[in-house]
Design a protein around this ligand. Structure first.
Ligand SMILES: Cc1cc2nc3c(=O)[nH]c(=O)nc-3n(C[C@H](O)[C@H](O)[C@H](O)COP(=O)(O)OP(=O)(O)OC[C@H]3O[C@@H](n4cnc5c(N)ncnc54)[C@H](O)[C@@H]3O)c2cc1C
Length: 387
């Protein structure tokens, strides 16, 4: 394993590592082969309180910051696991915490902290609009004391393993708002109840073992008290949560990056070809060293984003850049890892191909690399808006 001096979060790292050690490679490999959900692993994380890290103590959580939450996610991925099964709760909970009413927080947060309820899903993306979120077509129309939901979502993760979902829907038609970002609202959707009364869930088989789905809403009625914050302000609320999401994903990629560097370093030190370890060749050493440098550099931006977020300061630029750098670094490390494992990189039992698939996702979701570049060009460099 790469030698690293203990940092300020060593206690958290050691505790999460100890828990993850109970779920070795074979566990994650089997779950991947079966396309199953890592139920026992997620339950153990919940029981130990890690998935309630950011819930304030008054609601039963541990009241930690984003920095600590990212350390938890990093360690899961560094251990060979995949935080994708459970990271939703960290940022979804933040949306509820920042914009929910006192009554909503008292209702949901203690139950989420205790593990009775999971809030792992967020429904934003739609098939016909993609990244152009303000054009979403799912509508929520107020009828008496209820909202009636109609429309469709795609790629909505963990719906089958969550009790609640935060849903973004249009409450005022696009044609009737001054700014296209207005007129959307967010709601808490009770998933098991919804499936009996207007929500159809269709799983999407995909390249990674990531439970994700198409959702069809047909006159789904939800009580008005499930609206979070003010009607019409939902897009802004979702954007607030995205900085946390991006920083958490950056930390997961950093965990992946270290995992790839650890594994490939060990392998090339032991694998002998032409009478010497392959790691003695500079052609093998350099891409690994380069990956390590890039992971370390991305890590600095991740901590910068975390520090700003935890201080309540704007961190959009840093969160986006951390996610960009970390996703790129983990992907380069993944390439070096699979390359220098030769044929064995493709064998399931080495876990490299699984982690390779898993880390590739983060160039596309939850935001594509191009959209981050576009954000930097427009918002940081002042270049003309391209869309
Ligand atoms: C496994 C998985 C899980 C997901 N989970 C969730 C979830 O839980 N909830 C949720 O709401 N969504 C989820 N998503 C959706 C994800 O956020 C989107 O896939 C992502 O934002 C890209 O949107 P899109 O797929 O519609 O791509 P599109 O918007 O169609 O874009 C396709 C590609 O075109 C390029 N592109 C598009 N517009 C531009 C532009 N203006 N300039 C330059 N390049 C551009 C980008 O490279 C992009 O990758 C998930 C996706 C996947 C694959």
């Amino acid at each position: 394993m790469i030698k690293q001096a203990p940092d300020a979060w060593q206690e958290i790292r050691d505790a999460v590592r100890a828990l993850c050690a109970e779920f070795p490679d074979e566990y994650h490999r089997k779950i991947d082969e079966q396309r199953a959900y890592p139920e026992a692993f997620v339950n153990a994380l919940t029981k130990a309180g890690w998935l309630a890290a950011m819930i304030p103590a008054e609601y039963g959580g541990s009241g930690l910051g984003l920095t600590e939450a990212t350390v938890v996610m990093e360690e899961i991925n560094r251990s060979g696991g995949n935080s994708g099964a459970c990271h939703g709760q960290m940022y979804n909970m933040g949306t509820l915490l920042r914009h929910g009413s006192r009554a909503q927080k008292e209702l949901y947060l203690p139950k989420i902290a205790s593990g009775e309820w999971r809030l792992q899903s967020m429904g934003v993306t739609e098939p016909s609009t993609g990244t152009d979120t303000t054009r979403i077509k799912t509508t929520a129309v107020k009828k008496g004391d209820r909202y009636v939901i109609n429309g469709q979502k795609v790629w909505i993760s963990r719906v089958q393993h969550s009790d609640w979902m935060i849903l973004l829907a249009r409450t005022t038609p696009l044609a009737d708002v001054k700014k296209k970002s207005e007129g959307m609202s967010i709601f808490m959707v009770d998933l098991r109840q919804a499936e009996k009364s207007g929500l159809t869930v269709r799983p999407i088989p995909n390249m990674v073992n990531h439970e994700t789905n198409e959702l069809f809403f047909e006159n789904l009625e939800i009580p008005e008290e499930n609206l979070i914050g003010q009607e019409g302000q939902g897009f802004k609320y979702i954007l607030d949560g995205l900085n946390a999401e991006r920083t958490l994903i950056a930390a997961e990629c950093i965990g992946d990056g270290y995992w790839f560097v650890d594994r490939v370093t060990k392998y090339v030190s032991e694998r002998v070809v032409f009478g010497r370890p392959i790691g003695q060749n500079q052609g093998v050493q350099f891409p690994i060293a380069e990956s390590y440098i890039e992971v370390e550099a991305a890590n600095l931006m991740r901590y910068k984003a975390c520090a700003l977020f935890d201080a309540g300061k704007p961190c959009g630029a840093e969160a986006n850049m951390a996610k960009y750098l970390a996703a790129k670094a983990s992907w380069e490390a993944a390439n070096a890892c699979i390359q220098f494992h030769g044929g064995f990189g493709f064998a399931n039992e080495y876990d490299v191909e699984r982690k390779f698939r898993e880390t590739r996702l983060y160039q596309v979701a939850p935001i594509s690399t191009n959209l981050i570049l576009s954000y930097v060009a427009e918002h940081l460099l002042g270049l003309p808006r391209s869309f």
